[in-house]
Design a protein around this ligand. Structure first.
Ligand code: CO6
Length: 426
């Protein structure tokens, strides 16, 4: 009897485990490919996971509410529907094969599902396991679909003359081990104090913040930008923009546009550290910190931000912010970020020192835009004028970004904002 292992998928770059919050199937159920199997909650997002195969569920290894590591076998599906035999045959586990094993027997574990169709195409086209793992999936939970592997093959064929490109797509060496977490001092609880249990997301955010500070030596630089022109432009155009495109334009899309342009000019900032190597990312994927109504924080990602115009950035930001606030984000919406912006100007703050969103190497905080008296140099001498100003703070990883680079990159973002083209048509 052929069987298939359903494993805990990896739903994000830094996610190592997930909680099964709901099973939609039980042992003995017949399922078809793409039927929903279970719901998993991670530190970033809740997601429903579909079946990559047809068959019968013969075994469920973990009950609801179990916290399970990525790659663990959650359930076994009999591919030929022999329910009784599977349940009673003692050698069934020995025959079980994972999708990955049939692609490359040297790799026993994968964090992703591959449907039999995708596996067959991979085998026929001689796609290695590492290559398969590097393909970005457009299906639910980032699953690689037929169209994804076909697009990959088309691309691979056209770049066959460049073997280096393929070499570079292999995953880099794992990051160096992180120093052990220090024990926090004991806290005394007095009469009248209230003790609140952290929820799951809060615990995970807390762990990630500590991890980031342990991994990266943070430094923060600050610049002030005179954004009067862009404020006037936005105020003049915001109603017409909403009428024309059906979306409200705030300052965030303009900040994102400036950041994406600066990242294209300073590719070292758009990177990750892997052991003793620096992985400079091809794509410029800008994460936006969104404050959720439950008090937690999530960072959906605007993919290929440098390729989008202001309308595209506005629409994508509004879609992501809305989905984030309503728990409707897809796992792919929070994956692949290469840089993050946190706009604490939203709640009136001026300057801050944000914590890097690992495994990225820098994060920008945008403060509130305020009217201020400023000295302007004019042909007839200095004058004091009322200008719209804001602070931009950049925290960066001093392992690979020194003050000169971090400072120049930050100044470039400010320059882009100050030089905003006020004649831009909407
Ligand atoms: N200056 C002036 N006015 C602003 C600013 C700034 N920086 N930011 C927003 N706004 C205005 C904005 O233009 C809207 O005004 P109108 O268009 O005139 O109505 C209004 O404030 C509301 O904007 P909103 O926040 O709804 O939309 P925006 O597109 O600007 O931001 C968002 C989208 C998803 C980023 C935002 O809603 C949000 O969630 N912000 C909080 C992000 C957050 O919590 N970050 C973590 C901070 S903690 O980083 C941290 C350093 C440590 C402490």
């Amino acid at each position: 009897m052929a069987s298939f292992n359903i494993v805990m998928p990896k739903l994000g770059e830094s996610i190592q485990e997930g909680t099964i919050t709901k099973w939609f199937v039980k042992e003995g159920d017949t399922i078809e490919e793409d039927d929903m199997l279970f719901e998993v909650a991670t530190d970033k997002v809740d997601s429903e996971i579909p079946s990559p195969v047809d068959g019968v569920i013969t075994k469920i290894n973990y009950p609801e509410d179990s916290l399970v590591a990525v790659g663990e076998v959650l359930a076994v599906v009999s591919l030929d529907g022999e329910v009784e035999e599977t349940a009673t045959t003692s050698d069934a586990p020995a025959k079980a094969e994972t999708a990955e094993a049939s692609v490359d027997n040297s790799r026993k574990l994968s964090n992703r599902f591959y449907s039999p169709l995708v596996k067959t195409i991979a085998q026929e086209e001689d796609v290695s396991f590492d290559e398969l793992e590097s393909i970005e999936g457009s299906g639910v939970g980032g699953r690689v679909q037929k169209k994804d592997i076909m697009a990959y093959l088309e691309n691979r064929d056209s770049s066959a003359a460049q073997p280096e490109a393929k070499k570079e797509s292999k995953p880099a060496a794992p990051a160096a081990p992180v120093a052990e977490k220090k024990a926090a001092p004991p806290v005394s609880v007095g009469a009248g104090d209230t003790v609140v249990e952290m929820d799951r997301i809060r615990k995970l955010i807390a762990d990630h913040m500590v991890m980031s500070k342990q991994v990266s030596p943070h430094v923060t630089s600050v610049v002030e930008a005179d954004v009067t022109e862009l404020v006037l432009w936005r105020n003049k155009n915001k109603d017409a923009f909403q009428k024309k495109y059906g979306d409200k334009i705030t300052f965030m899309p303009i900040f994102t546009e400036a950041v994406a342009a600066a990242l294209a000019e300073f590719p070292m900032v758009n990177s990750s550290v892997s052991g003793e190597k620096i992985v400079m990312k091809k794509d410029i994927n800008v994460g936006i910190a969104v404050a959720k109504p439950d008090g937690n924080l999530i960072v959906p990602v605007i993919k290929n931000a440098e390729q989008r115009n202001l309308v595209g950035l506005t629409k994508e930001l509004n879609r992501l912010a809305d989905a984030a606030r309503n728990n409707k984000l897809d796992p792919s919406d929070i994956q692949g970020g290469t840089f993050t912006i946190t706009n604490f100007g939203s709640f009136g703050n001026i300057i801050g020192t944000p914590i890097i969103n690992q495994p990225q190497v820098a994060i920008l905080a945008t403060g509130i835009i305020e009217k201020k008296p400023a000295v302007l140099e004019t042909p007839s001498g200095d004058v004091i004028a009322i200008r719209h100003k804001m602070y931009l703070s950049l925290s960066y990883d001093h392992r690979i970004i020194d003050g000169a680079l971090g400072g120049a990159f930050l100044r470039r973002i400010a320059d882009h904002l100050e030089q905003f083209d006020t004649n831009r048509a909407i």
